[in-house]
Design a protein around this ligand. Structure first.
Ligand SMILES: Cc1cc2nc3c(=O)[nH]c(=O)nc-3n(C[C@H](O)[C@H](O)[C@H](O)COP(=O)(O)OP(=O)(O)OC[C@H]3O[C@@H](n4cnc5c(N)ncnc54)[C@H](O)[C@@H]3O)c2cc1C
Length: 503
């Protein structure tokens, strides 16, 4: 039963109490959606604050978002807050970035992507004659995929193929080029190497190579170029704060510093969730912590849905080596989002997916939110976040991190033509070991499971346990996949499944 937005909160006594493990985007979305339907919900979170991979920290006057920095698909956030009678503006102020981002192809070879379509078309024409018409055709199809994909497919729970047995949807799925790769698809439209790199860039968010990513995901190009890149003033953590406030208003109870260590089960049903200090009664459990961790560390072998061999065969999205840097001067030649594509992506991609190893000449990404937002750095300073995508499961030592710090800083200084290292007043690195310690991340993954064709929809780890009756999963390792918008959707989908099962 749904409680209309704005009405006083009242628990439906007959419904079982829900315990949600983890206060990331997916856990908070699941908790809020369930509370809104009248369930009593408690969230148990290992850390002292919500957000999971999107937490933030403040030091020496700098405020760093720890994970996500790209606010894409604003409609997904609007829809999320809208269903509770709220809007994003009730919680944070959004600004559309222009340029959306800059791609650095080499020395003096920077390409800024404007926010407005006529300027994007002119940019394409300057690189390849006739490409603006091709772009219009490409984006028309991508818009259709976005419409079907984001408004319909991603809200499917991925339990069975029958969910897709609606004729229109079936027809749509085939029109969406699910069987062609993004690599082929982009090359059908464009020849210019820079355009191709630009069109393939959003695929990096999905954690797989363009060769292995279905062309369905050209919907990401629509998200990029038509819907735009946005920024919540104060940083991405403002979304987390907004979601937590909304959840509390819906009646969700958050308990921090509560790491779940085991379950008490009876006849394939969890009755209690155990943390280091407390035991919580549970009628339903929603696990938004990393799927592999819950399965392999919190459940005994006979209650696991998947074997260790199954997990070892999954294609994980990359991990990351990140540097959070406070700089005591303003920097030149950088925008808010900067993609350093001055090296060839193919060898780097092979070092992530085919022969996992530390990359020889990595591509990297720099976010400088202080360019847009004066609140995230002291006056006259810059806040930068440097990210190198790397294979999960690699050896992670401070010596290796330092080697890559030197490598990227050298390139960053050379390409942006300024001294940076001697102006670093705060430096923190973050990689595999931190993802494992902080989130119990399988192989130290940053973004969960890659969205390859063989790991899409019903082929992903199920959002309902196959062995434990009242255990559900949500988050970036189940449907629909990695990223903030998909994690938000994942929480809503699991809530809908639970509401159906327990109504
Ligand atoms: C560096 C980085 C950059 C990214 N950039 C972007 C971006 O720009 N745009 C974008 O859309 N997406 C981005 N992403 C992806 C996005 O952040 C994630 O997909 C999303 O935040 C995942 O949310 P989640 O709820 O599935 O998982 P999590 O955020 O990992 O939440 C799980 C929660 O469970 C808690 N937990 C774990 N184990 C236990 C336990 N035993 N007991 C209690 N609690 C537990 C964890 O502490 C955590 O709070 C990025 C991710 C990273 C890491």
């Amino acid at each position: 039963m749904l409680i209309p937005a704005g009405k006083e909160f009242k628990y439906m006594k007959e419904q079982p109490k829900v315990v949600v493990i983890g206060a990331g985007f997916s856990g908070m979305a699941a908790a809020t959606s369930l509370a809104h339907r009248g369930f009593r919900v408690q969230v148990l979170e290992k850390h002292d604050k919500p957000g999971g991979r999107a937490r933030s920290f403040s030091v020496q006057g700098f405020t760093f978002d720890m994970g996500p920095s790209w606010y894409w698909m604003p409609d997904v956030f609007d829809k999320y807050f809208g269903q509770f009678g709220k809007s994003t503006a009730d919680f944070y102020k959004l600004q559309r970035l222009d340029p959306s981002y800059t791609v650095i192809f080499g020395p003096d070879d920077f390409m800024s992507i404007p926010a407005q379509m006529p300027q994007i078309e002119s940019l394409f024409e300057s690189l390849e004659s006739g490409s603006s018409k091709q772009l219009a055709a490409f984006l028309k199809q991508a818009a259709y995929k976005y419409e079907v994909g984001i408004n319909n497919l991603v809200y499917k729970p991925g339990r069975s193929l029958t969910e897709f047995l609606d004729w229109k949807l079936l027809l749509d799925v085939f029109r969406l080029d699910v069987l062609q790769s993004m690599h082929q698809h982009v090359r059908k439209y464009f020849r210019n190497e820079k355009i191709i790199k630009l069109m393939e860039f959003p695929i990096l968010f999905l954690g797989a190579m363009p060769q292995n990513t279905p062309a369905l995901y050209s919907l990401m190009n629509y998200a990029d170029m038509a819907l735009g890149t946005w920024y919540p003033q104060g940083g991405m953590f403002k979304i987390v704060e907004g979601m937590e406030a909304l959840a509390k208003a819906e009646g969700v109870e958050f308990l921090y510093n509560q790491e779940v260590v085991s379950f008490k089960t009876d006849k394939k049903t969890i009755n209690q969730v155990v943390t280091a200090t407390h035991t919580f009664e549970a009628g339903i459990v929603v696990a938004s912590a990393d799927y592999h961790h819950v399965e392999s560390k919190l459940l005994p072998p006979n209650q696991r849905s998947y074997s260790e061999a199954y997990w070892q065969k999954r294609v994980m999205a990359p991990s990351s080596l990140i540097f959070y840097l406070g700089i005591n001067k303003r920097l030149e030649n950088l925008q808010h989002h900067n993609l350093f594509f001055d090296e060839d992506f193919e060898p780097h991609a092979r070092e992530i997916y085919e022969r996992p190893q530390w990359p020889s000449n990595p591509l990297f990404y720099v976010s400088a939110p202080s360019i847009t937002d004066a609140t995230v750095a002291p006056a006259g300073c810059e806040n930068i976040f440097v990210l190198i995508p790397v294979a999960p499961g690699l050896e992670d030592t401070s010596a290796i991190r330092e080697k890559y710090y030197d490598l990227v800083m050298q390139r960053l200084e050379k390409l942006t033509k300024q001294a940076i290292r001697e102006h670093v007043v705060y430096k923190r690195s973050y990689a595999h070991q931190d993802f494992i310690t902080d989130y119990h991340a399988f192989k130290g993954n940053a973004y969960g499971l890659a969205n390859t064709l063989k790991q899409t929809a019903i082929l992903k780890p199920s959002l309902k346990s196959k062995k434990v009756k009242n255990l559900f999963y949500t988050g970036q390792l189940t449907v629909p996949g990695p990223g903030v918008p998909p994690s938000l959707i994942s929480g809503q989908v699991v809530a809908q499944e639970i509401a159906q099962a327990y109504s």
